[in-house]
Write a protein that binds this ligand. Structure first.
Ligand SMILES: [Fe+2]
Ligand SMILES: [Fe+2]
Length: 249
């Protein structure tokens, strides 16, 4: 082993270096952040990759907003591009329409809150009955699955996550537990395919519009007649928080 070939002085140096690295890591969170990293991107701060976000003045929403209105007027442009590219990739590769829809909606919650965005997004779409249980299950579980490779479908740990989460990142135990549970579930592949198309969704220079997906939404997403946020559903407040992100209390 290489370690055993080192002199005691070299070993001391290596130890010191590794302690300094640990010190650096443990010292980092002690700095008071300006904004929690889990803040939803509609509320400002940074993208998950650490790029600063520009907050524009928001246009008012129509009185009975549809999910298309949220895509056009509330979801931050980089999240829209990401989800459209993901859905486009799924569609181009002949995935079933439910998978295309799952890809189209998988990261909507990042606008509201980044922490546990899979769980939040699944909850946001669950009451709208044409979204099958399978679609919301897949959206919920893509969050845990993306950290774990699956060579059967050519999915490896994304390089981008080294940038976002740091080298040698180990997801929280509850994420691993969710992955292990999902691995054994009959719908595992539904969630896995979101992660597969998620990878290609960062293709630069590919311009995709919402238009080809409006019909897909129409077939699978039951738009409440009062509008999202005003339908009295258990998740209406989540949609309202996106409508009124500047309300101070
Ligand atoms: Fe995601
Ligand atoms: Fe994504």
């Amino acid at each position: 082993m290489e370690v055993e070939r080192k002199t005691s002085e070299e070993r001391a140096d290596a130890l010191e270096e590794s302690m300094m690295k640990q010190l650096h890591v443990s010292a980092a969170p002690a700095q008071a952040p300006k904004l929690r990293r889990g803040t939803g991107v509609l509320f400002g701060g940074l993208t998950p990759a650490g790029l600063p976000l520009d907050l524009a003045v928001l246009a008012p929403m129509p009185p009975r907003p549809t999910i298309v209105d949220f895509f056009k007027l509330r979801f931050m442009p980089h999240t829209v591009t990401h989800m459209l590219q993901s859905a486009n990739d799924a569609q181009k590769k002949g995935e079933p329409e439910e998978t295309v829809l799952a890809c189209l909606l998988h990261d909507i919650a990042v606008n509201l809150i980044k922490v546990d965005h899979g769980w939040w997004a699944a909850q946001m779409v669950e009451p709208y009955a044409y979204v099958s249980e399978k679609v919301s299950w897949a959206i919920r579980h893509h969050q845990a699955l993306r950290f774990f490779p699956d060579s059967s479908v050519g999915y490896g740990y994304p390089e981008r996550y080294v940038q976002i989460f740091g080298q040698g990142y180990a997801p929280e135990p509850y994420i691993r537990a969710a992955y292990e549970q999902a691995r054994k579930h009959k719908w595992y592949m539904e969630a896995r395919m979101i992660t597969v198309h998620d990878l290609y969704a960062f293709e630069p220079g590919v311009k995709v519009t919402l238009d080809p997906f409006v019909e897909v939404i129409g077939r699978h997403f039951k738009q409440p007649k009062e509008g999202l946020g005003f339908d009295g559903s258990p998740v209406a407040h989540m949609w309202r928080s996106l409508i009124y992100p500047d309300n101070p209390l």
